[in-house]
Design a protein around this ligand. Structure first.
Ligand SMILES: *Cc1c(COP(=O)(O)O)cnc(C)c1O
Length: 379
């Protein structure tokens, strides 16, 4: 069932009685459910909801509206994303997680967004254009090597920054291996806590945050301050054993547009990597890598769900279409729904599973779903 309203920010032509070729259905109730789960793990924590990259492909406006009552901050990567939030929500402070460009500082100051500051140089540049007392987020590098003042010199840097007329809203670090290296992450957290002692003397009111989704699941005992969560909000667990607690917000579907029989020995798709070992019946789905369906799953045993059964993808994923084997599925017809990510009948294809077949991660899969795919909301 197609429900809800299409997100037509691209000013697509609106058709009467439109049947989408491929679309995602996003269940707003799932966000609320996932936030309840997060609050069970971190009952005392302040929540920074990470909604960068169009809320991981789920649609930033809809997601912000759906979760604003349950979270304390929104965080995005870019100024443009922050402005989108500001236009619909005035109640939450907005953090910018990536380093700002020098040319962006005055707009950040003007709108009262909170920039991520890693050096005295950045702080000085921001202070020049910001009102007295403007908020900043000071980041320290304890192993990610991307942004942040190096932990050994962080105290010196913060001392200098404290002489500027700015307010240290929070101090953070980032965990690079919370989902893969427990020992390293434990050590990193210890290092961060130790580094924080003199920093908190300089900025006693700063909030502290370092737990991302994997970090929260692994170290809930550390979640008594502020947490910075993305993937969990969308209902995907970076550690599979927690998946059953969560509800994925997104289901990705496509409508079968053609069905035909191919005799034994027929080849399928570019490069003819698949050759039918017997007579087969195939369905064509109007979705491909031009929609963000990962081409890398080609030949890796990916499938879609049709009539509640698994239909294997044959040959290579093309830009606009994929070919699936429906030989063993009865009564398949043009117009039927196929599920690419999500549940149908007793089966489910998780984003994690499809991403793994494409040799990538669910974050990448979600953010790769292109604008050609309609976003429909319900719940
Ligand atoms: C994207 C991002 C997050 C969210 O990570 P998840 O693994 O999706 O929870 C947290 N912190 C920073 C700095 C980020 O860039």
């Amino acid at each position: 069932m197609q429900q809800g309203i299409p997100n037509d920010k691209n000013q697509r032509p609106v058709l009467k009685k439109q049947v989408y070729r491929t679309w995602v259905e996003i269940d707003r109730r799932a966000f609320r459910h996932n936030l309840r789960v997060i609050k069970q793990h971190a009952p005392d924590a302040t929540i920074i909801a990470v909604v960068k990259a169009d809320a991981y492909g789920h649609g930033i406006q809809e997601v912000v509206t759906a979760i604003s009552k349950q979270v304390n901050y929104f965080a995005v990567a870019s100024l443009e994303e922050a402005l989108i939030i500001e236009a619909i929500d005035h109640t939450h402070p907005i953090m910018l997680l990536s380093a700002a460009l020098p040319s962006e500082y005055s707009a950040i100051a003007e709108h009262g967004f909170i920039p991520t500051i890693s050096s005295y140089e950045e702080a000085r540049r921001f202070a020049k254009v910001a009102p007295v007392g403007a908020l900043i987020h000071f980041k320290i590098n304890t192993g990610m090597g991307r942004l942040g003042a190096f932990y050994e010199t962080a105290e010196k840097t913060l001392k200098k920054i404290c002489r500027l007329p700015l307010t240290i809203q929070s101090i953070s670090t980032h965990l690079p291996s919370a989902d893969s290296d427990l020992g390293y992450t434990r050590q990193q957290i210890r290092l961060f806590r130790k580094t924080m002692i003199p920093l908190l003397a300089l900025a006693p009111h700063a909030e502290i945050h370092f737990l991302n989704s994997a970090g929260l699941l692994r170290f809930p005992q550390e979640a008594h301050e502020t947490v910075r969560l993305g993937l969990l909000l969308y209902g995907v667990a970076p550690l599979p054993r927690f998946q059953k607690l969560l509800r994925p917000a997104m289901t990705w579907k496509a409508t079968i547009c053609f069905i035909h029989k191919l005799p034994k020995g027929s080849t399928v798709s570019y490069g003819r990597t698949y050759c039918a070992p017997r007579d087969i019946r195939v369905a064509i789905l109007p979705v491909g890598y031009g929609d963000g369906y990962p081409r890398q799953v080609s030949g890796n045993g990916a499938f879609v769900l049709i009539q509640g059964k698994r239909a294997p993808i044959l040959g290579r994923v093309t830009m606009d279409q994929i070919v699936v084997d429906v030989t063993s599925i009865a009564n398949v017809k043009v117009g039927d729904e196929a599920v690419l990510i999500g549940k149908q009948g007793k089966h489910e294809i998780t984003a994690t599973e499809l991403a793994a077949k494409a040799n990538t991660i669910s974050w990448h899969l979600f953010t790769g779903i292109t604008n050609r795919v309609h976003r429909c909301y319900h719940g």
